[in-house]
Design a binder for this molecule. Structure first.
Ligand code: HEM
Length: 404
């Protein structure tokens, strides 16, 4: 006999006003008490094992589309545009999209872009090394991902600024002020939509060496992506692949300011890049959680989750679970941890761009370590409020030895 989750006595977790250290302490305490916790919105899982299991359990559906509904928006054009996005669909529709796009997002296809990534980050660092100081977020992290997404899609350099503006406006979705931001979000989405449609037309007649051409060419058992699918994917990639990478890079560098010996080691031993990325994402992930909703009555570990129950999965909690990681509170880029870090999620919605993001971070971090030695914070780090979904430093002023 299963017990309804609503009838359980559970530790209460309220993270909204807490800084990172306080939040991790609350999560650790909740993990000790029960595998589930109660939050003001619903429930939360904080252990690595349960976070993984729930994200892999297809009865728990993606709740991303609810962000808009929870803000009281029911404008049909806005919702329609995102309803079919890979980020929010589930079931067969999602499986179809994933099946069709997966071949274009392999580690091998991300590796094709590594020389380009290297040049972009090197060019950004060139501008700041003579001074020996920079504000990392504005000077390096903000501009880094857009050229890469443009190169991936096949958009030329003169259009980078357009993409950057569209990304900024579309990200307003997460600013909690949809009523005022709706017009700008719609205008940016419309422009991106027409731009990508024109690109798709062009690539259909003249294929190039880029993601859109690859996606157009993919065919599986007679099924293909149509123009609407391709436009939706371009928006999803722009939305999911820009702010995440920026914030993750800034989080990683902020972390290294507390570990100067490991920064120096990374400069000396760039072959540690792969482990560094995993350890930095485990220790200080830019995405700290995601949400699922039950689409039916679900029984899991003897607990009944009635239809419509919201379950938050704490990726940050899972990344600090001492059942999964030995000494989780130690940051160590030389340590091969046997358990996967959770900042890319898990299961069917596991980050589609993980290989790309890993490559971007692995190209950037050793290069920054080599060219910005003796790194220190120039003043103090300003963090984004803990309420934002994709989180990291808002300002990261740095000093380092100039001229490298
Ligand atoms: C370090 C940077 C990144 C982080 C931390 C990150 C994190 C995540 C997470 C946690 C999810 C799963 C969300 C959920 O289960 O609800 C996800 C999904 C996704 N990510 Fe990333 N991501 C990053 C970079 C990228 C990049 C560069 C791209 C672009 C290609 C991308 C594209 C996507 C897409 C399309 C999805 C949806 C996949 C699906 O629902 O099937 N991400 N990402």
């Amino acid at each position: 006999m299963s017990v309804s989750v609503h009838d359980l006595e559970l530790p209460a977790v309220e993270l909204i006003d807490l800084d990172r250290t306080e939040a991790l302490a609350v999560l650790a305490e909740a993990r000790e008490g029960h595998w589930l916790a109660r939050t003001p919105m619903g429930y939360m899982v904080t252990r690595h094992e349960d976070v993984t299991a729930i994200l892999r359990d297809r009865r728990f559906l993606s709740a991303l589309s609810l962000i808009t509904q929870m803000q009281g928006i029911d404008e049909s054009r806005f919702l329609e545009r995102r309803r079919r996005s890979i980020l929010s669909v589930d079931g067969e529709e999602h499986a179809r999209l994933r099946r069709l796009v997966a071949p274009a997002f392999t580690p091998k296809s991300a590796d094709r872009l590594r020389p380009f990534m290297h040049d972009v980050i090197d060019g950004l660092v060139d501008k700041v090394t003579p001074d020996g100081r920079c504000e990392l977020v504005e000077d390096i992290c903000e501009p880094y991902p857009i050229p890469i997404i443009c190169e991936l899609l096949g958009a030329p350099k003169e259009d980078w600024k357009l993409f950057s503006n569209w990304a900024t406006d579309i990200f307003r979705i997460f600013n909690n002020d949809l009523e005022n931001d709706m017009d700008r979000i719609d205008a940016a989405s419309d422009e991106l939509d027409s731009y990508v449609r024109a690109m798709v037309e062009e690539r259909r007649s003249r294929p190039a060496d880029d993601l859109l051409s690859d996606l157009i060419a993919i065919e599986e058992e007679g099924d293909r992506l149509d123009t609407d699918d391709l436009v939706g994917l371009a928006e999803a990639v722009l939305m999911a692949g820009t702010d995440t990478t920026r914030n993750q890079l800034a989080c990683a560098v902020a972390l290294f300011t507390e570990h100067p010996d490991q920064w120096a080691m990374l400069a000396e031993r760039p072959e540690l890049a792969r482990r560094t990325v995993e350890e930095a994402m485990r220790f200080l992930g830019a995405v700290r959680g995601t949400v699922r909703i039950t689409g039916e009555d679900v029984e899991y570990r003897g607990v009944l989750f009635p239809t419509g129950t919201l379950v938050a999965t704490s990726l940050a909690g899972a990344n600090f679970d001492d059942e999964a990681f030995e000494t989780p509170e130690t940051f160590d880029i030389t340590k091969e941890r046997g358990t996967p870090q959770m900042t890319f999620g898990s299961g069917i919605h596991f980050c589609l761009g993980a290989s790309l993001a890993r490559a971007e971070l692995a190209e950037a971090l050793p290069l920054l370590a080599r060219r910005m030695p003796d790194l220190t914070v120039d003043g103090s780090i300003e963090w984004k409020p803990p309420t934002v979904g994709i989180w990291g430093p808002a300002r990261l002023p740095l000093r380092f030895s100039p001229g490298n």
